[in-house]
Design a protein around this ligand. Structure first.
Ligand code: TRP
Ligand code: SF4
Length: 371
């Protein structure tokens, strides 16, 4: 394992608590993805042993009829991971489908996961209704949370940093782990007494030795409310996003069309930044000085929305600058090599857990005593 500058001062990376998280390859990521996940992951890199991956098999659960966009989208997400500051010297960055052990563990966990648990996942029915143009009455789609549990548990992480939308999935992962551990805890024998000095024979006790799949905790990502250009939550499915890779003119153009406080129709109308999506952007990205000018100018009609939006655009461009510089500094070939190398490292770690899992489930022939 590479020891980076930072890990030197904090002990070997392997002794830090471990975190694991991932995203489906949905294409170029937007500011909501950055603020809601990536910016947080980047910070975690210096304190945790980090595994971050791209869940291309999870994309297949909804895109199985036309998988043509999954590979190109994976590359875009990878470039955005690197652009945001995820660093292969600090974190293991990998691709789900390169670590076949995820599929093996998903199969094994599926044996003991009750159907009812999967049917009750809130997003199950909801997604089927929202994506009514796709046939999601499939085994793979129902099994989404089992695959996700395998993604997580195979790295035996302490924490899973996710947004609120994924919390139910991590809770289910904990339940799947608990059930697995109940069935397959490797037992340890304890021999008490009977050392020959008394008449009492030795007592043999058994107790679970350790949990093969410890239950990880959710690490809720604190995410500010980030509106899209139409004022609703920024989301790819609403088509209201500002992309991490949008060039400056595009950012400025998108801001120009952004909705504002509906009470402020004319330049002379007073407005309220607390009722305006542009105001919300300022709260997340602007300096306190700019914020003060926004509150003052908007409430007194001293500034116009065009000016106010140009300040918000300035703040966005400033945040996006270093991100886009990093994106431009890595070639596709380099990014793919990073993913290849990370996937090799992830596989080594995943196989380590699978050796324990196969043994706990008594699937390891080598543990059978010779006749
Ligand atoms: N379900 C997650 C999402 O839609 C992606 C994901 C798959 C994931 N496996 C995971 C996230 C494991 C965290 C841990 O974004
Ligand atoms: Fe919104 Fe700014 Fe216009 Fe006020 S001045 S309504 S905060 S865009």
């Amino acid at each position: 394992m590479t020891v980076t500058e930072n890990s030197k001062s904090q002990g070997p990376a392997a002794q830090r608590p471990r975190v694991l998280s991932g995203m489906r390859p949905t294409g170029k990521l937007h500011l909501g993805n950055y603020m809601g996940a990536l910016a947080n992951w980047v910070k975690l890199q210096d304190q945790y042993e980090c595994y971050f991956f791209i869940a291309d098999w999870h994309a297949l659960t909804t895109e199985y009829a036309d998988p043509s966009q999954i590979a190109p989208n994976t590359l875009e997400v990878l470039l955005d991971y690197l652009a945001s500051g995820l660093d292969p010297a600090k974190s293991v960055l990998f691709l789900q489908s390169r670590v076949r052990q995820h599929a093996e563990l998903a199969l094994l966990l599926g044996m003991s996961t009750p159907l009812g648990w999967l049917e009750r996942v809130p997003s199950y029915k909801e997604m089927q209704e929202n994506l009514a143009n796709k046939d999601l009455t499939t085994y793979g789609f129902l099994g989404y949370p089992v695959l996700m549990a395998a993604d997580i548990l195979i790295y035996q992480p302490d924490f899973v940093p996710v947004g609120q939308d994924q919390q139910a999935h991590v809770e289910l992962t904990r339940e799947i782990a608990r059930r697995f551990n109940q069935f397959y805890a490797p037992m340890k024998l304890f021999v008490c007494g009977g050392l020959g000095r008394s008449d009492t024979p030795p007592t043999v006790l058994t107790a679970p030795e350790r949990q093969v799949l410890p239950e990880p905790k959710v690490l809720l990502t604190p995410s500010p409310k980030l509106p899209g250009t139409d004022g609703r939550k920024m989301s790819k499915s609403y088509g209201n996003t500002i992309l991490m890779s949008d060039p400056e003119p595009v950012v400025r153009q998108k801001l120009k069309t952004m909705v504002t406080d509906p009470a402020r129709i004319r330049r002379t109308d007073k407005g309220d930044p607390d009722k305006c999506p542009v105001g919300d952007l300022h709260k997340v990205f602007s300096t306190l000085e700019t914020m003060a000018r926004v509150y003052e100018g908007c409430r007194s009609a001293g500034i116009g929305c065009i000016e106010c939006k140009s300040w918000a655009a300035d703040a966005l461009v400033k945040i996006l600058g270093p991100i886009q510089e990093r994106r431009a500094s890595v070639t596709e070939a380099q990014a793919i090599e990073i993913l290849n190398e990370g996937s090799r490292r992830a596989e080594v770690r995943a196989e380590q857990t699978m050796v324990e899992v196969r043994e706990a489930m008594q699937m390891a022939l080598t543990t059978v005593a010779p006749a």
